[in-house]
Every structure is written in structure tokens, then in C-alpha cells.
Design a protein around this ligand. Sequence first.
Ligand SMILES: [Zn+2]
Length: 346
Amino acid sequence: MNVALMLRWVWRILQGDGGLWLQLIKAKYLRGRLLLACSLTNGSQFWKSIQSIKHEIRFGLRISVGDGSGTQFWLDPWLEGELLRFRFPRLFAICANPAVLVSAAALEDGWHVTFRRPLGPVEVLDWELLLAVIPLPTSAVSDNISWSLSPSGEFSVSSAYLALCRMPVLPWLSPLWKAPLPLKIKIFVWQLLRDRLPSGTEVLKRHGPGNGICPLCYLPETGSHILFSCVAAQALWCFVRESLGPEWEASDLADFLRVRATQVGLKCRLFWLVFAAMMWTLWTTRNKMVIEKVFPRRASDSFFKFLAFLQHWHPLVRTRDRGRLQHYLDALRAAAQRVSSPLLAA
Ligand SMILES: [Zn+2]
């Protein structure tokens, strides 16, 4: 409810709807920048709260682009609510300026987006696809925002609250039950996404054993720490991203899942398989450390463990999906061998 209430302020700042307080915010923090593009985190309690929850607004926010001066090309939901960074992850990974405005990219003779290096053949195809789906803005009026979760298009706290509450029961969880995984693993992933894993901090709350601290990072051991922000987790995420491509970049786990888990068909089935194998690897490695006090010798141990789970679940995958999975496995195995070569193991 707090987040939903704070989102009303975010909405009002985006709308430019406010008196003296808004002028203060603009003068002190925004200084000509857009709220969603502003990364300044220091400031008053109010500003810090706004900054910490503002991205939740993307759930229901829709931008209809006028002159494009209030919309970030890659990061804002201006294409029927979709973000270009998620629709074209390969291009986003090499773009020169992630925060570029639509107005700066749209020149009279077409789109001008700069990349850090020349595009490869696959990226050229992506770029052509992108050009086909985005119309060049031609209007001179300013960009307009609306709220897709209420019929009037106006933000309401109750619709935001309902949307936020629905998050744990995510509608896209249903493909999980059809994914090619052992039932035990499906239940584990389900618990994980509902934040029900007995992590260190959860055990501590129930006066169980342990100090609730991650033995690697000395930080509170929450579920999201173990599976996402812990150094062990970061190493595995990095490994998968390097092997399978930039669509495995997850700067925010919730955003990442919202996009990847709602894909369809083969992509979706294999997504759940790889994601579950990553999560199960991290969880079992963590249990060995915390419960049995057995620590991995090197980061690549977890890469091989992860590969072993994928290999083990391989027979559960539909016959027609096996070719693609084999492709994944080859890429992962090659990368694991590179990082574990004797020269680098030290
Ligand atoms: Zn840690």
C-alpha cells in the first residue's frame, strides 16, 4: 500500500501536476532531467522514497509520444507499453547511450541511434525489425502519459495496489507447471518466486539456527541475495549471460522475469529450464555452505554443477526442443571450459 501511495506522487511529478513542492523537486533534484531518467539518490526522505519505487510505475504507465522530448528511447514504455530494451536486448547491449531520448534519436530523415560498434548480421536484422515497428514521431505537441490500469487513463492508488498485490500470484507462473522439469524443482521455483524459501533471514525470524548472514558477503541472507545479488550468484549470472547472450542480463530480477517468463513456445519452455537450473544450483550451493560448511573451491564449480543439472533434465525436454537445448549446452560447456582452464583457475 505504501508503494501504491508513493506512486501517486511519481504520477504527479510525471504529469507536472503540483505546486510549490513540485517546483522544489524540479529545482533541487531534477534540474531539467526526466524523473524516470534521473539517478540522483541522495536527498530528502521523500525524494529517496520516490527514487526507490518510481520504476514500479512502468507497470501501468503508457506514453504516447508527441515530440519525444519526454521519453527515453530504450527505457520507457512507449511502444504499446513494451520497452525496446527488452524487445531488442542484443541492440540494447551495444547501444552507446541507453538513456537517449526519442526526440534526440528521431531526426527528419529517420532514426539515428548510435552503437558502440558496427552491427553484425543478426543485429542488422534486429535493427530492421525495430525500424519496422516504431513510427517516427511527427507531432510537435509534448509526450502524453496515461495509466493503463484504469478505464479513465488516470492513475488511481487502488488500481496500482491491486496490480502490486497480484505480483506474487503472477499470471505467468502457469507455464512453469508445463516446463520440462522434475516436480520437486517446479515446487522449489514456485516457492522462490513467492518468496517462501527458508533463507538465513527467514530462519532467523523464526528463531531457527544460524545468524542470517551470507558466509561469502557478510550481508543479510535474503532469498534475493542468495539467488541474485550474492557474489556467487553474480558469477553464475555473468557466466550465463556471456554464454547465452544479452537477453540473460537481469539488472532487476522482477523486470527480467516479467519479460522473459511471458515469452511463448520453445523460448518459454527453455527459459524456465535454464532459469530453474540456475536457481537450483545457487540454492544447493548455498545449502552446502551454510548447513554443511562446504565451500566451493572456485567459481567455475557452480558452472559445471549448473551444466550437470541441465544435462540431467535433458530427457524431460520435448524431442523437438532438444536441438536448441543442445545448442545452449554447447555454448555453456565451451564457456565453462574457457574459464576453468588451468591458467585461469588460480
Ligand atoms: Zn552472498
